[in-house]
Design a protein around this ligand. Structure first.
Ligand SMILES: *[C@@H]1O[C@H](CO)[C@@H](O)[C@H](O)[C@H]1NC(C)=O
Ligand SMILES: *[C@@H]1O[C@H](CO)[C@@H](O)[C@H](O)[C@H]1NC(C)=O
Ligand SMILES: *[C@@H]1O[C@H](CO)[C@@H](O)[C@H](O)[C@H]1NC(C)=O
Ligand SMILES: *[C@@H]1O[C@H](CO)[C@@H](O)[C@H](O)[C@H]1NC(C)=O
Ligand SMILES: *[C@@H]1O[C@H](CO)[C@@H](O)[C@H](O)[C@H]1NC(C)=O
Ligand SMILES: *[C@@H]1O[C@H](CO)[C@@H](O)[C@H](O)[C@H]1NC(C)=O
Ligand SMILES: *[C@@H]1O[C@H](CO)[C@@H](O)[C@H](O)[C@H]1NC(C)=O
Ligand SMILES: *[C@@H]1O[C@H](CO)[C@@H](O)[C@H](O)[C@H]1NC(C)=O
Ligand SMILES: *[C@@H]1O[C@H](CO)[C@@H](O)[C@H](O)[C@H]1NC(C)=O
Ligand SMILES: *[C@@H]1O[C@H](CO)[C@@H](O)[C@H](O)[C@H]1NC(C)=O
Ligand SMILES: *[C@@H]1O[C@H](CO)[C@@H](O)[C@H](O)[C@H]1NC(C)=O
Ligand SMILES: *[C@H]1O[C@H](CO)[C@@H](O)[C@H](O)[C@H]1NC(C)=O
Length: 842
């Protein structure tokens, strides 16, 4: 509990820092400021809107003493205007529209600012100049060396006049996707520039201008162009003379090319981040010879290849962070990997905070095979290792970790490798969960035996899922008070759930599903006030839902399906669990009527009460699930810890002859399944108000009457099953024209062919392409077809579609694709939205 114990110590330090922020810098503040500068500042202030009175000290004659102002110590000229929001992002938090709260300087930037002839430093970052354009006269502040407009709320085109700032050294325009630059030519006028940050500025129209910028700014040491919608091809260069460039961040763009050869000629390079682009081809071996390279992050390009044997034979002299996850690295890990001696001191402030102080080797999600080399144990500084989701085989034994000086704080071995419990991975000489051990993922590695009693320490994440672990859950598991995620699912655990989890106060996700746990659900689970996800499904649990569960105020997912639970659905569920999005009680012995109060769960997206003994009619109030009445577009992951790792919520949707498993995107799926009960009465017309519904299953009940015609309003519906009821009409009575004009619409009742109706060999590896179009070589049409269907499905901006009966062949491929490209879809959607907003303004 280092954090809490350290708090009293930290507080005075924090106060000191905060007070320090506001204390005058004594020497300079004693100066009297220039009257002309004072007048300029007063006029500047009068243009601002300052509801929280941040500038209350801007009074009196000596402007050098005003908050945020610094003066030249001999002349009294104002040299710095620093109005940045001092609250760090984490404290301020993002409000619901993704903006930074707490600091509200807004209004008009008056040109009086340009009267400050000596101004060198201007910082307006993290304010709310909502939708003001960046004024052109910033370009006449010709002594400016530092300009920070990061997240200041400006929008529109960045004026090329800024190119007149020839003294500028630091320029930060990081934005929340409201700014765009159509031509970067002017940046080459910033001839002194060392540090340029334009993350999240839309540069899609600027083509490959950024490379010219690179070439013409020889002093540039850091260039950050993350999430800039860059997609133009990178031209080959015949000569680069970038002797200063240390940090290049091009992550989260759509760059679609080979990794350019000239990158490996930049010997000054310390950090390169190309995360989530479309780079393909071989990873240049030259990276291993870059003498200063400390951080190489190429993850999630999906198509980058390399032979591990060649790649790890290189020198990698200074490497500290090597993240090549989510690509197509192949072959065996060579013994020479033990020669990557990771250095300890990281001089550079890495752009990703969670890399600080970690020595990282992430090779997960590639095509590695063979055993883990024992020489891994020589990487004495390694603190984060992820080799999961490969085809590794063989034993993992203690030799693999024999010389690891620090125990890994992140160990993710999950793959096909066999962990030999007899060689004591968990017991004996390797004290795995120790004080600096936070993350343990040993799922899917054929682990057997019992959970060691000594599994205690500072674990934040523990997954032993998908193994063959037997025995009972030891009470000692709760000796990890910082645990946020416990996943013991899909093992052979027996006995009852121990009443100890109440000690794990921070727990957000608890997954004990698919075991053989019996007995009743312990009351104390209801006191885990941070719990967001609880899976106890597919066990042998009996009894009722404990009434303590009404305290689970943070709960979003409750899956108690496939147990032997009895009684009725408690009415308090509609009151206490207001944040609940997924409720699955299927396959139990619940009885009684469906409580109308369930519809109070306004966030509810998945209601699965199938295969129980419910009776009575479907309450009309079921048309009031707010979250089901609109199309879902927020994609929320459960984040924990500091590793940028994500606990993925999985959602199984049961359909007639298949189960679709959604990972990553359950928030996009809206599902109601009441099948296999004794429900009777009419199908309430109100159900058709749930226009966001994607799956509706009422199979095997005793529902009678007519299908309300308004059912065609369910534009998102992709599966509707009303069979085995007593309804008096059938889907065939619906006219095709009712559904016509929908791009993604295919199959009965329409005479439109589905994309791969006649092809059952859809290769999930091929991503967006069906085998048909990869043969023809033209992928663009189908890519866009899939994307548009995906968009319609995901965010509802394109033509909604409706498919009554899904063809297995393409639906499965389609959902896989949506899953794969969901990040890009959201990205493209943002782009689309930005464009639209821009066009509206023009
Ligand atoms: C004034 O500032 C300069 C640098 O800006 C510094 O070298 C000098 O020591 C300062 N003088 C006083 C009296 O603080
Ligand atoms: C501060 O800004 C936020 C977002 O623009 C706004 O919702 C809030 O009302 C503002 N607060 C004040 C005191 O103006
Ligand atoms: C600044 O740059 C713009 C265009 O880039 C130019 O038209 C203007 O004359 C320049 N202004 C000054 C004061 O240099
Ligand atoms: C700009 O300001 C933000 C927040 O105030 C800060 O995080 C960032 O590092 C600054 N940029 C530069 C280049 O100093
Ligand atoms: C990269 O370096 C090699 C050898 O030093 C040289 O032949 C080549 O021209 C360089 N490429 C560029 C683009 O500078
Ligand atoms: C490369 O740039 C440096 C300065 O950045 C300069 O001194 C050197 O002459 C240049 N080399 C060539 C071959 O242009
Ligand atoms: C590791 O480096 C040492 C010394 O440079 C060398 O002798 C050895 O062959 C290397 N091991 C491998 C497997 O490349
Ligand atoms: C744990 O390993 C499994 C199996 O490889 C993987 O699916 C899962 O994403 C991993 N979890 C995390 C948080 O890395
Ligand atoms: C747990 O480990 C401690 C020392 O780390 C040891 O004293 C104790 O006997 C162990 N308990 C069990 C049940 O193995
Ligand atoms: C579940 O555990 C019980 C004993 O608690 C045992 O009799 C039964 O065979 C187990 N079932 C399975 C499927 O392992
Ligand atoms: C569930 O538990 C009961 C006893 O409580 C036992 O008879 C039954 O076999 C168990 N079912 C399974 C599938 O293990
Ligand atoms: C982290 O780095 C700092 C200095 O860079 C060092 O003092 C500290 O010991 C490091 N911590 C760990 C856990 O390596």
């Amino acid at each position: 509990m280092g954090t809490i114990a350290g708090l009293p110590l930290m507080l005075p330090i924090l106060c000191f820092i905060i007070i320090g922020e506001f204390l005058p810098n004594t020497d300079a503040k004693l100066m009297n400021c220039l009257e002309s500068d004072r007048e300029a500042l007063i006029d500047f202030k009068n243009g601002l809107h300052d509801p929280e009175n941040r500038l209350s000290s801007w009074e009196g004659s000596n402007c050098c003493q005003w908050w945020g102002i610094s003066c030249e110590n001999t002349t009294g000229a104002v040299i710095s205007v620093d109005l940045h929001n001092p609250y760090p992002e984490a404290e301020a938090g993002l409000d619901s529209s993704g903006r930074y709260a707490f600091w509200n300087i807004s209004g008009e930037i008056r040109s009086s600012l340009t009267k400050l002839k000596s101004l060198r430093h201007l910082d307006l970052s993290f304010n709310t100049f909502d939708d003001n354009p960046i004024t052109e006269f910033f370009g006449s502040l010709k002594n400016l060396q530092y300009l920070n407009l990061s997240n200041a709320g400006f929008s529109g085109a960045v004026p090329p006049n800024l190119g007149n700032l020839s003294s500028l050294l630091y320029f930060d325009l990081k934005d929340s996707r409201r700014l765009h630059v159509d031509n970067l030519e002017w940046v080459t006028g910033l001839i002194s520039l060392k540090h340029l940050v334009m993350n999240e500025v839309d540069l899609s129209m600027a083509g490959s201008d950024w490379i010219r910028t690179l070439k013409k700014l020889p002093s540039l040491t850091e260039l950050h162009l993350s999430s800039c919608m860059l997609s133009a091809p990178i031209p080959p260069l015949t000569f680069v003379n970038l002797t200063s460039l240390a940090v290049l961040d091009l992550s989260y763009n759509s760059l679609n090319s080979k990794i350019p050869d000239w990158l490996v000629n930049i010997s000054s390079l310390v950090s390169l981040d190309l995360t989530l682009n479309n780079f393909y081809g071989r990873i240049p071996l030259g990276f291993s010879d870059l003498p200063n390279l400390q951080i190489l992050v190429l993850n999630s390009n999906y198509k980058l290849t390399a032979s591990c044997h060649q790649l790890f034979r290189g020198r990698w002299e200074m490497i500290r962070v090597l993240n090549l996850a989510g690509n197509k690295l192949h072959g065996k890990l060579p013994a020479s990997i033990g020669n990557l001696t990771f250095l300890t001191d990281l001089a550079l402030g890495a752009n990703n905070d969670h890399y600080k102080n970690l020595s990282v080797l992430w090779l997960n999600g590639n095509e590695l095979n063979g055993p883990l080399p024992k020489s891994l144990g020589q990487l004495s500084e390694l603190s984060s290792l992820d080799v999961s989701s490969n085809q590794l085989t063989g034993m993992v034994t203690e030799t693999h970790f024999s010389n690891l000086g620090h125990l890994p704080s992140l160990l993710n071995l999950a793959s096909n490798a066999v962990v030999d419990v007899s060689s004591n991975l968990f017991k004996g000489s390797i004290p795995l969960p120790s004080d600096d051990f936070y993350f343990l993922n040993v799922s899917k590695i054929k682990l057997s035996g019992t959970i060691p009693y000594n599994i205690s320490g500072s674990l934040i994440f523990l997954s032993i899922s998908d193994n063959q672990i037997t025995g009972e859950i030891p009470a000692s598991i709760s000796n990890n008070p910082s645990l946020q995620v416990i996943d013991l699912s899909n093992n052979n655990l027996i006995g009852s759930i121990p009443s100890v989890f109440v000690n794990c106060f921070y727990i957000k996700a608890l997954d004990l599903s698919k075991n053989n746990l019996s007995g009743s659900i312990p009351t104390d689970l209801g006191f885990l006030s941070m719990l967001q996800t609880l899976h106890l499904n597919d066990n042998n649990l009996s009894g009722e839902i404990p009434s303590s569960f009404q305290n689970l105020a943070s709960l979003e997912t409750l899956d108690l399906g496939n147990n032997r639970l009895t009684s009725t659905i408690p009415a308090w569920i509609g009151k206490g669990l207001e944040g609940l999005r997924i409720l699955k009680l299927r396959g139990n012995a619940f009885s009684g009527e469906l409580p109308p109060v369930l519809s109070n769960l306004s966030s509810k997206q998945v209601l699965d009460l199938a295969e129980n003994r419910f009776q009575g009619s479907i309450p009309a109030s079921f048309g009031d699930f707010k979250a089901m009445t609109r199309v879902q577009n927020i994609n929320r992951h459960l984040l924990y810890g500091m590793f940028g790792k994500i606990y993925e919520e999985n959602l199984v949707v049961n359909m007639k002859d298949q189960s679709l498993i959604f990972s990553k995107i359950p928030s996009l799926v809206v599902n109601m399944d009441l099948s296999g009960n004794n429900l009777s009465g009419d199908l309430p017309r109100e159900i058709t108000k749930l226009s966001g519904l994607v799956f509706l299953n009422l199979l095997r009940n005793r529902i009678s009457g007519h299908i309300p015609e308004s059912i065609s309003k369910l534009k998102q519906l992709s599966s509707l099953d009303l069979s085995s009821n007593k309804l008096s009409d059938h889907m065939t009575t619906f006219d095709a024209p009712l559904f016509a004009g929908n791009i993604g619409l295919c199959d009965i009742p329409l005479d439109v062919k589905c994309p791969s109706d006649d092809e059952d060999d859809v290769d999930p590896e091929k991503g967006l392409n069906t085998s048909k179009n990869s043969r023809s070589g033209d992928t663009s049409t189908d890519k866009w077809f899939y994307l548009s269907v995906g968009l319609g499905f995901a965010v509802g901006i394109l033509v909604p579609y409706l498919v009554i009966a899904m063809k297995r062949s393409w639906s499965v491929a389609y959902f896989n694709d949506v899953e794969k490209v969901v990040d890009r879809i959201l990205f493209l959607w943002l782009k689309y939205r930005t464009r639209q907003q821009r066009n509206q303004r023009r």
